[in-house]
Design a binder for this molecule. Sequence first.
Ligand code: EPZ
Length: 433
Amino acid sequence: MDKLIIRGGNPLLGTVRVSGAKNAALPCMAAALLTDEPVILENIPQVRDIETTRKLLAAMGAEVELGYGRAHHRTTICARTLAAPEASYELVKTMRASTLVLGPLVARCGRAHVSLPGGCAIGARPIDLHIKGLERLGARITQEHGYVQAVADRLKGAEIVFDKITVTGTEDLLMAATLAEGETIMQNCAREPEVADLAALLHAMGAKIQGAGTSTIYVKGVAKLHGAKHRIIPDRIEAGTFIVAGALTGGDLNVAGCDPTHLTAILQKLAETGVKTTLKTDSVRVMGDQPLAAADLNTEEYPGFPTDMQAQFMALATQAAGTSIITENIFENRFMHALELVRMGANVKIEGRRAVVRGVTPLSAAAVLASDLRASASLVLAALVADGETIIDRIYHLDRGYEHIEEKFKAIGAEIRRVGDIFPKRAVAPAHA
Ligand code: EPZ
């Protein structure tokens, strides 16, 4: 199992380029199921979740080409025939976003057999709102043996009001509604940029959508969608992670190829802690030459401060003077990184959905364990400023959502390397020895 070894103390300098957004690429790949024509997606990040989605679509019978040549990160997906409209537990358990195929399969094939995602490190993460919305569109849904079985002759447009704001729930039902008969109005929708990016692809495929990116989305169903070509938006969470890294290490870092308009809440919160940034249309320059001050944080749905940046902000808060109170309002168990940060010397107390961080605490290198994608990012950030060499284990979590992470950090001055098992398993001595 790969590990990252990071020696802290280097300021990050120069330019790092942001990859395409994983959380936009995943729904866009699922959208290719809605048509029998080729869908070409560019700026696809080379991360594990994309490979998992490639396997998922190919298992259904779609033709999926995925290339990361120098010039482009591109996938071409052609779901001409879908012999097996299903998503197996083996794949869904490794990536809960697989449930994004539910809506497209019911809309395109009239049936879907998708494994329930099961538990997740950061919370229960049910898909009851996806199911309720599909039932509103006329799908007949049963659940047994850990799978959701959905059947519909043809989905019919309806009014849907989400009990809670759900990103992939909005995306799943938006895709289903594009082929439903008649009009669908969806209210209390997620407003994340990834939803608007999916809608841009669907529009290019011939869908009739208004209001994507706002809390109310109107869809006029069409009989058929055609192929299209679309470029995925930059990853705002990767951009935010590097901006925090530049601030934390006292660097001077240009985060290029991002969309600063997607980063408003992140940049505003960082400004509150004393981080200086200057913006251009597609880049953010961060200067970490100021001492950091504590700031409270509430994670909220977009355009509020994203939960996917909470762990990274906590690493920053350990180096900010004063007490930062971090409240995680989206997921019920998203402080797994806190205990590992404490092992490195951080002062963090967890009280339910609140974490009280007292800084500044010098961090010392330790052997730590990654538990989920963004918790892993938080440990990398802490290691960049810790005294000594930190070993981060189970970094396959990181590889799910960060492309070539050690190469990118190394290129801007971090002392970081990836190794296989550094403590080879000792042969277990026979019991009687
Ligand atoms: C998306 O997950 C992202 N994943 C997550 O990013 C992100 O953390 C999350 O949105 C919140 O922004 C992708 O886009 C692939 P939700 P999603 O449905 O859609 C509850 C990362 O690190 N809920 O918006 O699964 C749910 O339990 C990942 O890249 C229901 O109760 O999140 C949570 O408390 C992690 N019933 C809240 O809503 C449902 O049917 C928001 O979840 C659906 C959700």
